[in-house]
Design a protein around this ligand. Sequence first.
Ligand SMILES: [Fe+2]
Ligand SMILES: [Fe+2]
Length: 300
Amino acid sequence: MSLAHLIPSLEPRIVELYDKHRERATKIDWAYHEFLPLDDLRNDPNRIPKLSNIVYASVETALLTEVNLPWFTTHLYAAFKGSLEVMVDFVHTWTSEEDSHALLLETYLLLGDNGDHGRRARLRREVIRQGWASTIESHFQAIAYTAIQELATQIFYLRTAEIADNEDPMLAKALRRLARDETLHMAFYRDCVNLHLHAEPNYIYPLADVMMKFEMPGSGMPDYRERAELLATEGNYGPYEYYTQVIDKLWKYWEIDKLAPDLTIAREKHKELIKYHQRLGRIAARFKRNNDAEMQAAGD
Ligand SMILES: [Fe+2]
Ligand SMILES: [Fe+2]
């Protein structure tokens, strides 16, 4: 049995998920200019406020992740080569949807004259030139990685929208719109993984590796560690959100605790993954405690 490939008999169910995705995406069809205040800007060129450093850093980090779309498409397309036809179809649809994300964020920053446009252009070029060091090794790992990545991105947008609310509700609305796209992407991949885990619990073996090695697709961008630390301590997204809203959500959805793989290597991996999950929970709780205490001390 190969745990690398997708299960051919599941194809009709995956095609159903894909059709559902297209139906839902059509219902919430949108264009990026609808989320930019063009009419207001004609009357008031200062309509878009100057963003605080933390909101700017969050939007720029999202942008620098989204601009790497050419390489995400390249790797996912290659990853699904020889897999079910529906996966390649999904990558096409997905690419056309993702294409609007960087466009909206970049145009917003430019119209509001936020940040240093020259520096941002250089960073964009650097990110795209660098490409993406994908760790995906199989068809199954591709759906597992993408499910986690889309959910993490969705939560990141929602959390950024929360801190943007006080500064520019229009930006917050745009970020929530992007989060809806990510939700639909996540749902497709998450449900594909679910079908596999419940048809064949030994898929926990490749899933565990993906979960334990997970890194955001933007993790190769310049100053990523500093950015991640800033967003975790001053923004709204860090180890606590990653555990509670990403990993633990998928954990429960996939019912990982209840899976009963029969291969010895898969049973061992399952145990290892359960320990990892508990450790991540402890790290998240500790991070939250320390950060709350520091915030309180800073406020006193
Ligand atoms: Fe996106
Ligand atoms: Fe997405």
